[in-house]
Write a protein that binds this ligand. Sequence first.
Ligand code: VG1
Ligand code: CO
Length: 544
Amino acid sequence: MNIKTVSTKPFSDQKPGTSGLRKAVPVFQQPHYLENFIQSIFDSLPGCEGQTLVLGGDGRYYNRIAIQTILKMAAANGIGEILVGCGGILSTPAASWIIRKNQAFGGIILSASHNPGGPNGDLGVKYNVTNGGPAPEKVTEAIYARTKAIDSYKILAAADVNLDQVGSFKLGTMSVEVIDSVEPYVELMESLFDFDKIKALLTSGNFKMCMDSLHAVTGPYAHALFEQRLGAPAGTVVNGTPKEDFGGGHPDPNLVYAHDLVEILFGDDAPDFGAASDGDGDRNMVLGRQFFVNPSDSLAVLTANAHLIPAYSQGLAGVARSMPTSAAVDRVAAALGIDCYETPTGWKFFGNLLDAGKATLCGEESFGTGSNHVREKDGLWAVLFWLNIIAARGESVEQIVRSHWQKYGKNFYSRHDYEEVDSAKARELIEGLLALIPEMKGKQFGNYEVEYSDDFSYTDPVDGSVSKNQGIRIGFTDGSRLVFRLSGTGTKGATLRVYFESYEPDASKHDVDTQKALAPLINLAEEIAQIKQFTQREFPTVIT
Ligand code: VG1
Ligand code: CO
């Protein structure tokens, strides 16, 4: 075996963010950049020698090249076996499932999720642990510490291997198993949902759906599930062939970046149901005919209807949501008499709750929902969950959501993103807010009185670990709330996220346009934070 030890120097910018290390492709293309980070992962995993790891990515530009490098480095670092998705493809939830199903030691997922791809787009590397979920902070911190000290890495001198066919072979002494990327995931979904009921709905002739995979990783999964297994007509899945640059778009399922789907669902003769997923398949957007489902509401509706789903019919242990996610699900949890946990942004914080059996469903306002079936959020799982509810209730998406509001009241909710703003100015805005926190309580702004204000800090109820500085919250006595935080996934400048929420129990007021209903809070956020001045923007880049 020809193992080379290559000397290198640390890069100072390899700190993993909300979801792994994300950088522009040219950054990853610098000599030793990817190798340093991968070696730092191996160096931070005591006992990984001889173990099984899972490897795959969302198919974006540089995925194939990076996978070849990682395979040769794994072989040189004494990894026993690698399970790699055919063509180097695994959606994030599928990778999580493959780790769990095979009781692997962990996995490396290549993705920058919803960020654009291509030679000038982004790439990302994320390490997932034995439970199938994103590495907790203590692991990502160890990896980061190692990136700052690294002076060499190991790589096997070998030719590239063929990953385009299922099969097994050796790379040095390491076994490589090229596995079907899609089938195990389809089997998992079939074990959770009532496929007969969903199939009856999709083949009834009275129900039309459109799934937009945005040229990203869910294409092959969606074709296999909806068209092949569940009988929906060919053409149900659009943009279903993954492209290395996602067709030039942002593979982000929201009202701005998935606007083709939005136009179809809000157009004449619209289908009954629309859905989209992101670059790596862990997010979902759900639409009814001329109706948008806010992701925070989606989590609440799934929770309230979980008893209709075979996998969850015995009841839920609890639910969890990220802090900026609206409190709609809290009301359902209270009605069901189950616990509701509030965590920082990012799926890694749900792992312990899921492992400890404290939560069954989890969700984030950023189009992410999932359950204890894997340890990642799962876009197609959410789509199937919705289809199963629709099939079981025989009602439209709009009817289901409206009756939910009728029962629980409505949490008007919106997020405004200011993308690619000046990092120093964004930091200044946050510092300014932090300085205001101590004097906020009791302050009156028009009709609003501040009930509390803090920089959110989370103590994990399972292992007691503390995560500080997770976003600024300003809560008012009427239950409404403002949240400010900086994105940990962007790669250009800074992205400011501002979250608005207010509660309306009166169903006769549920038709008010969301931005109008929240206008007083939106104006207040501007007054308090001087967003226009600091971002130099009149309007947000994305409004959800
Ligand atoms: C964003 C979302 C967060 C999500 C994260 C990763 O993080 O807000 O809810 O978990 O992306 O999702 P941030 O730090 O940019 O706000 V994905 O689909 O990019 O893995
Ligand atoms: Co994603």
